[in-house]
Design a protein. Structure first.
Length: 256
């Protein structure tokens, strides 16, 4: 699994302090999609700082967590080559992962491979350009005439639509019976949170910000402060956001 559109190795602390809190807003919907969990074998792919893995364990699952960054939680491994036997897990979760890999279809097939018959694969992704944070960042870039960094998006023949139908189609292509929907929540964090993640080079916006000269980064920060002011509430960054969640079931019957 590459760090395309994320930031790469060595950024675990910055990710945990910034973007991980934003991504965690989808975790309640993920947990609801995979219950009951007591005694189930669960694989968390792209586990990040481990907060979803801890929630899964708290719900009674036996969890294995993997991430390509050795500084993150769990074993060092990533898509599309997971070091597990076919059908090794009852549930496989990949939250905000398939939008960062070099080959989403091969990666979805790998998630399906390690899932037992009757088991479930749950994946989430951000809908392209549709979230409050992505629109905010686009306004920041437009203010200074900055163009997003090249190489963040996949070539067209490898990419998939970051939509309900697009993510569902990705899992169906891996042989899973799939349903998908949007899930929403209100994010609440420090005013500088999103800037600090970008300044650390995390995500596509991080690659763009990091690639600018110092004087441009300073102007982008000023534009960010203006935009965040419109989202601020009681000196906190609060906004509604949403993700796409897909649940794919591998044909067959799950062992009792």
């Amino acid at each position: 699994m590459s760090s395309r559109g994320w930031g790469g190795a060595g950024q675990a602390a910055a990710y945990a302090a910034t973007c991980a809190r934003l991504c965690a807003g989808a975790h309640p919907a993920v947990l609801e999609a995979v219950r009951p969990l007591t005694g189930r074998r669960v694989l968390d792919v792209g586990a990040g700082d481990g907060r979803l893995a801890r929630a899964l364990r708290g719900a009674g699952a036996h969890v294995v967590a993997v991430d390509p960054d050795p500084d993150m939680a769990g074993f060092t491994a990533g898509l599309p080559d997971l070091p597990f036997e076919d059908g090794a897990f009852d549930v496989v979760v990949a939250c905000f992962v398939l939008n960062h890999v070099d080959d989403p279809r091969a990666s979805a097939a790998e998630l399906a491979r390690v899932t037992a018959p009757g088991g479930r694969v749950v994946a989430t992704t951000w809908p392209s350009g549709a979230t409050a944070q992505s629109r905010m960042w686009q306004r920041v870039l437009d203010t200074e005439g900055v163009v997003a960094a090249p190489g963040v998006r996949l070539p067209e023949h490898l990419d998939f639509p970051r939509t309900v139908d697009g993510l569902a189609g990705l899992l169906r292509g891996a042989g899973l019976e799939t349903e998908a929907r949007e899930v929403g929540w209100t994010h609440d964090g420090p005013l500088a949170e999103l800037w600090e993640g970008a300044a650390a080079g995390i995500g596509g916006i991080g690659a763009t910000v990091a690639g600018q000269p110092v004087e441009v980064r300073e102007r982008l920060r000023a534009a960010y402060d203006v935009e965040v002011g419109a989202l601020a509430e009681d000196d906190r960054l609060r906004f509604r956001t949403e993700a796409v969640l897909a649940v794919g079931t591998r044909p067959g019957r799950m062992p009792a």
